[in-house]
Design a protein around this ligand. Structure first.
Ligand SMILES: Cc1cc2nc3c(=O)[nH]c(=O)nc-3n(C[C@H](O)[C@H](O)[C@H](O)COP(=O)(O)OP(=O)(O)OC[C@H]3O[C@@H](n4cnc5c(N)ncnc54)[C@H](O)[C@@H]3O)c2cc1C
Length: 535
């Protein structure tokens, strides 16, 4: 391919291969920070069929910061009070245990909402297409990626049959967000760890009249006879049913419209009251790539990890990758930090996503039971547990793998808080009102900036950090007391929050502020402008 003459050559700061949700959001986050992004995808339009249906608070905050939340709001279904009840039922219909997604969360958004991935992708795709810093290159099938020392190189051929066009993108860094069958994930990046979980499920998406109330709204119905999941598919009457394949059941018999309608009939969903959007058999698996970085190339999203859908975390984990990558690539491209910073992206995200995949597989082991005796034992265990499949304390409380945060600090490596604040006449969520998407040094009783030494303050400003003082009587008012409660509940006075909303570290007194920020800038290996110019 190196010798093949390209018809189109594009130079950019970052090449993103794959314009699924992860590639689109990575591109927008980088472009918003002023970097030129070439976004390459083999299809002329976004993928049109439903996949993810669950979106979490952390990701809603990410979309808020990416400034696309208002565009995608019509693609997301929030319940009237923001809460959601997810029932786990025995095959008999008995409700065994219930998971409740709360109307509020640390991120300032409902814990979870339903959305339509195709609608979401179309909307975000339009935003990316219109972004002045993004060069959207759809209709190009990437066949190889490589490096020539100072650049990453993407080679692609036109996807249209009969079109002999050849494209080459040259960039300082390359993000491989090209999904489960990633082309970027080859060579050094090829090795995968597989948890050996594999179950086939028929996934059926239907559209019902919008005023039809489906009860229960969200449920996992255990077998026997057949484990079945029923969830909302987002706005517009969209619903999803997932039916597990039974032992010995022929695949082609399961994967048919007739079977889909036959199984849906138990839920009073019939051709005369519903439209079948699609049916497809998926094998739910749990695996991840063991190597996410090779020089200038990094993996993100499904290219790096795959998990069973039972926790609804595949898309959400991919967007976490995008947020974790964007701030790092920004510091590297601006010459503020060396590109060894990408190693901490891998360590943190791999450590995090392993916990998620393992938990999704553990949930799958509970759900995918066909044997009547084992199912009865499982049902008995769940009856004794009122708060869902996973005890509350284990659910979605995943910590980052070791990286740019203080491991000895019990708050660090977990999600930070976002509350409503008032500045002047404006009232809203912190990230909107303060309008900042970088590092934040936050104090509640005192202005933390006053505690920084000049050298540390200079480095802090270099990474684009801001300090803020939130309180009842300060310039940033803590409208609901969210920050006061968060800090007091943890016995801390000051905290550093990262651009991807994770806590870097905290201090119990304002006197710890300088050491806290010094530790951060040292771990980032922040370079002076002169050193950056020399490198
Ligand atoms: C049935 C089902 C239910 C799910 N439910 C949930 C859920 O409730 N919650 C959740 O969080 N996740 C869920 N997921 C997972 C979620 O859909 C994926 O994790 C998510 O789509 C991954 O996004 P991505 O951008 O990494 O990859 P993809 O969405 O797969 O995008 C990859 C992109 O790369 C492009 N591409 C691939 N190869 C090339 C190439 N050679 N050249 C150029 N472009 C290329 C593709 O065209 C595509 O646009 C579900 C998945 C399935 C299948």
């Amino acid at each position: 391919m190196q010798d093949m003459k390209a018809d189109l050559v594009v130079d950019s700061d970052v090449a993103v291969v794959g314009a699924g949700p992860v590639g689109l959001i990575t591109a927008i986050l980088l472009a918003n920070r002023g970097h030129r992004v070439a976004l390459v995808d083999k299809w002329p339009e976004p993928y049109a069929l439903p996949r993810a249906t669950g979106i979490t608070h952390e990701i809603l905050r990410c979309l808020q910061v990416a400034k696309v939340i208002d565009d995608v709001r019509p693609d997301i279904l929030f319940t009237a009070d923001g809460s959601r009840r997810f029932e786990m039922r025995a095959g008999t219909g008995e409700v065994l245990t219930v998971r409740v997604d709360k109307p509020s969360s640390a991120s300032g958004w409902p814990e979870r909402a339903s959305f339509s991935q195709p609608r979401f992708e179309r909307t975000v795709n339009e935003r990316a297409r219109a972004h002045p810093n993004i060069r959207m290159l759809r209709g190009w099938n990437v066949i190889a990626t490589s490096e020539d020392g100072s650049r990453a190189i993407v080679d692609a051929v036109a996807s249209t049959p009969g079109d002999p066009g050849v494209l080459q993108v040259r960039a300082r860094y390359l993000v491989g967000s090209d999904g489960a069958n990633s082309v970027v994930r080859s060579g050094e990046l090829a090795s995968m760890e597989d948890l050996g979980f594999a179950h086939d499920w028929l996934v059926v998406d239907v559209v019902l009249p919008e005023d039809r109330v489906v009860t229960p709204h969200l449920a996992q119905i255990f077998g026997p006879p057949r484990p079945t999941t029923m969830v909302s598919g987002g706005p517009g009457g969209r619903r999803r049913w997932e039916f597990m394949r039974l032992e010995g059941e022929p695949l082609d018999e399961l994967n048919s419209a007739e079977t889909a309608w036959r199984l849906l009939a138990d839920f009073d969903v019939r051709p005369d009251n519903a439209v079948l959007e699609r049916h497809s058999v998926y094998t739910f698996e749990g695996r991840w790539s063991t190597q996410w970085r090779s020089g200038r190339r990094v993996l993100a999203g499904d290219a790096a990890h795959l998990m069973p859908v039972f926790l609804g975390e595949g898309f959400n984990s991919g967007v976490r990758d995008a947020a974790a990558l964007a701030w790092r690539l920004d510091l590297i491209l601006r010459g503020v930090a060396p590109d060894t910073l990408l190693d901490s992206y891998v360590a943190e995200r791999l450590g995090h996503v392993r916990q998620v995949v393992e938990q999704a597989v553990a949930a799958g082991e509970i759900i995918c039971v066909l044997d009547a005796e084992r199912a009865a034992e499982r049902d008995e265990r769940l009856r004794a547990r009122p708060d869902g499949l996973m005890p509350e304390d284990k659910r979605r409380d995943w910590r980052l793998g070791e990286g740019i945060w203080r491991t000895a600090d019990p708050q660090a490596g977990y999600l930070a808080v976002q509350g409503r604040v008032a500045v002047g006449g404006a009232v809203g969520l912190f990230d909107d009102v303060v309008d900042h998407h970088g590092f934040v040094l936050l104090g509640v009783d005192n202005d933390p900036d006053r505690f920084l030494s000049p050298a540390v303050r200079t480095a802090w400003e270099r990474i684009g950090g801001i300090s803020a003082h939130v309180g009842r009587d300060t310039s940033i008012a803590d409208v609901d007391g969210t920050y006061a409660a968060w800090f007091a509940g943890r016995g801390i006075k000051v905290a550093v929050f990262r651009p991807d909303f994770y806590v870097f570290g905290t201090a119990a007194s304002m006197d710890g502020t300088d050491a806290l920020v010094r530790d951060l800038v040292q771990r980032l290996d922040v370079r002076s402008p002169a050193a950056a110019a020399r490198s």
